[in-house]
Design a protein around this ligand. Sequence first.
Ligand SMILES: [Zn+2]
Length: 154
Amino acid sequence: MKAVTKSWRGGWFSGPAARTGTTGTTVNPIFQLTGHTAIALVMNHNHRFRTFAENGFGYVGMCAGCRTINVAFQNSLFCLTLDQFEAFVEMMKNRIAMRPINTTHGKELMLPTPMPNYFLLFSDDDLTNLCALLTEATPILEAERILNLSQRLN
Ligand SMILES: [Zn+2]
């Protein structure tokens, strides 16, 4: 858990939203998007999108233009780099950074976001469905990462 959090350091959103997303010295790594990712989201750029996994709840794919990985789940969209994807999968599989919230409504895991008054809620079923998508996409994204590395070395 420590190692994952550590490896995400260095690419936070800047500004008040990022700071309010912190709890003491622990910052939610999901929302540690790179500047490029944030820009890619708001830019009116033409996304040539490759889909790696899809189910009734969402999809995982990559924009061939900016190489941002999009994890769409229900009404959330997580924009990640290849390196961040690996940590994201570990977070979701091991429920890292999630806190229990006990209500009678079933969504019992709460994940803080950089917005102080906005949280993501998951049930165990939600996370099972999300992890199914992530698991399906993982081998393809792992291959992408190896390809990336070898291109960088050549
Ligand atoms: Zn793009």
